[in-house]
Structure formats: structure tokens, C-alpha cells
Design a protein around this ligand. Sequence first.
Ligand code: UN1
Length: 506
Amino acid sequence: MRAHPIAPPSDLLDRCGLRADECTGGTLRVTSPIDGSELARLHETPLAELPGLLDRAQAAFKIWREVPAPARGELVRLWADELRAARNDIGALITLEVGKIVEEGRGEVQEGIDICEFALGLSRQLYGRTIVSERPGHRIVEQYHPLGPVAVITAFNFPSAVFAWNAALALVCGDPVIFKPSEKAPLSGLATFKALQRAVARFGERAPDGLAQIVIGGAAHGEALVDSRAVALVSATGSTRMGRAVGPRVAARFGRRILELGGNNAMIVTPAADLDLALRAILFSAVGTAGQRCTSLRRLIVHRSVKQALLDRLLPAWASLQIGDPRAADTRVGPLIDRAAGQAMQQAITEAQAQGGRLLTGGEPMLAERFPTACYMRPAIVEMPAQTEVVQRETFAPLLYLMDYEQLDDAIALHNAVPQGLSSCIFSNDLREVERFIGASGSDCGMANVNIGPSGAEIGGAFGGEKETGGDRESGSDAWKQYMRRSTSTINHSRELPLAQGIRFD
Ligand code: UN1
């Protein structure tokens, strides 16, 4: 095996700033999906400590909101520095803890660096508007003010970047952060958090105590954050099932939320597609991260006239994918996060077959002898006669459903006929088809790409989706506005008091 140079686990934890005493003797056992070996036993945050932690976040808010935003930007600049210095180590830890190939582990940390730099620029651009008033001698001005503590609850599949997306924006917006990483991948989250702590230390006294805090634990910890009035915004990434529980609870206390939930992302390949380009996009987005991105390609909707030509390219490329230890340089598909994920994939394939599907390739467990407690699966393609129940569900694994179409209208209708609405794409060099797809009656997803797969978004755009994906946006564009409260001021600089709408009240 040609291997990337990755340090052994204990060295790596140390290099990521995780102390031996933090990583041993606790109740949260963290294992590597590569071979099932134990990486750490973390100490869970006692639930009794949460009220104090939330009080500290609120106290920190009172101080941090007064620090000018461009000065707050300096903190994320330092965080970017720390992440850059630790990029390969945290990337390697992501590989060990989540099973991503080395390239993707590093890429995830790069995503954190990118969002810090975006947030730094943003720290001088938290623009409100000036609005002309209908009254003489009046002016209306809009300002964005810090909101309050932000709880960031993340999933295992992006244990570093999704925290960074949220925390970098929250911090420049004037909000303290409380991070609860997934219990399936707390080490990479902790390493990313430690990099932030180092940045906070370098930032010095203007950073209040409690500006950035971490909570290690499971569902009960998450629920305590979700229910606390001290948390102004809950940003939660995970399954639709999780979002269904979190959304109403935050709403019940009139809190704010950002939900980033399931996706069931599709690609439409039209007769005007560049099939070689489509092939490369299909491979990366369907089997990259072993199909465990919320943006992974799950449905391939191909025009009948090009279906065979596409399959002639896809099936051999699929068969040549290297599946195995993600530390090996030629591996493209690492393990699934756990055996339950592999069982869910097999279950979905069985259901798809019962619903008329034909398994074209893959779907079988691999490397069971070498790694008996891990879960490696050969990525699967199932050809479906229709978009049956199983196709409408998100299965978090390298499982691609293939369907075909005759008319673009039908393809778009099929595309939109799922409960989720995260990411989507069309492969076509026909301007009319492309504009139709990205227009008002086209894809109903939060992201609609052209000649590029549904996964692997840059941080500069708003990230998120509609319908059961949650309806919210994070990362780039103006997603920062959700981390701030808007205040509208009407300012009267005249000597009169005219009322709006011309009302007289003399
Ligand atoms: C996720 O899977 O939760 O667009 C986030 C992408 C990545 C982020 C995925 N930039 O695939």
C-alpha cells in the first residue's frame, strides 16, 4: 500500500493539541472506522455543568458584542492561521476518525480556512441599508447587531468544516459559540476547536472568557442546548429525523434555528451533455466520502438516448474504484462510519430490488477478513423502473439510483418529486435546458448546479436546501444575517412630527 505519511494515532492527537488525559479514561469511546481500533475515551461534559457554561456564554456576549466587528475579524484571521498550520494533522485525524481519504480530510480543513477568510472580509462588510423616508426630515437606517450565543450541533461527516462555517460567522457577528460535535466524530471537532482556542489565546484580553466553548456528549447534551433560552440560535446539521425533533423545540421558545438536514441530490444528464465530464462528476459526488456527504449524488436521471453511452463509461470506471484503507494514496472510497450504515445500505438495496430495481453493480461488503469490525462496501448502482419509496429516502451510503427520461419536463418533475431539497445539477451544453433547470420552474433545491456535481460546494455561496432539508442557509453569501439581529431606526431630524401614512392626530 502506497501510503500517505500519517502519524500514528497517539502522536496525531498530541499534534492536534489533544492532551493524553483528555483522551483517556472517559466514557465516550471513539473508534476508527478504518479498523475499529480505539482512538480515545473522551470525558463527557457533565450535564450539571451546562447551566454554568451557558451563563458564561451570555456573560461573554455582553463583552464581545461591544468589540468592533473588524477587531472581531482579527480573531478569525488567527484561527485561519492555526488551521493552516494544523491542516495536515487535523486532516489526518479526520481520516482516522471518519474514514475520509487523505485528500478529502485535508480539503475539509481547507474549507474551514476558507470560511475564516471569508468571515474576515465580512467583518468589515456587515452592511445595513439606508432607506429613504416618506416624511420630510426623516431617514430610515437598518443596522445588524450581534444576536447572542450560538449553539453549533454537527454531524459526523463534516466534523471540522461545519463547525468552522458556523463559528467563524458567529464570531465576527459578535456571538459566542458553544459547539457540540457528533459523538461519532468528536476528536476532529475537538482538534478544530483547540485551534480556535489557540487563536483566542493569541487574540488576548479582548476575548472574554466563555467566548468559545465545547460540550462533549450525546443527545441529552444536544437537547439541553436546544431548549435553553440562553442560546439565541441553534445551528444543527444532521438527519431530517433530528431536525424534526429540534425545529419545533427551538420554535416553542421562539429561538432561531438553522437546520441543515437530509439531501436526496440528483443529476439530470441530457442528450446535450458532455458525457466525459458527467462521468467524472458522477464518480466524485456519488462515491466520494463513501457517499456520506449531505450533498452526495443519490439519483441519476439520464435521457434514454444517452443512457447506454453513459453506462458504457460509468460501469468500467466504477469497477476500477479503489476501495479500502483511506490512508492509501490510491484509495478513492474508504469505510462507512459504522456497520449500521452498511446494513442500511444493504437494506435499501434489498428494498429497491423488491420495488423493481435491478442491481447493476456493487452493494457487497468488502475486506471483512482484514477489518472484521469495520464496514467497507462496494459502491452500488441500482437501475429503477420508477422513483419508488426507497429512492425517495436518503440512504447515507455510496448507493446510486439510475432512472431515465424522455422529456426534460418529466425529468424535472421526477427530480423534484422527493421530500428533500438540498443540491442538484444538470449536465447539458444546451442553454435552453440549463436555464430551464436553474429557473423558477426548474430544480426546487437550494443549490442547482450546471455541468458540475451536486457535492463539493465552495464556501462563498449560501449552503442549504428547501423542504425537508430545513429551508435555511449557512456559509457564504448573506447567510451571516441569520447570526445577527436587524434593527430598523427611523430618525427624525426635523422640527415637525409628521405621522406615516399621512395620519393626522392633532
Ligand atoms: C455536509 O455534507 O454536511 O458541498 C456538508 C459539500 C461540502 C459540504 C458538505 N462543501 O459537499
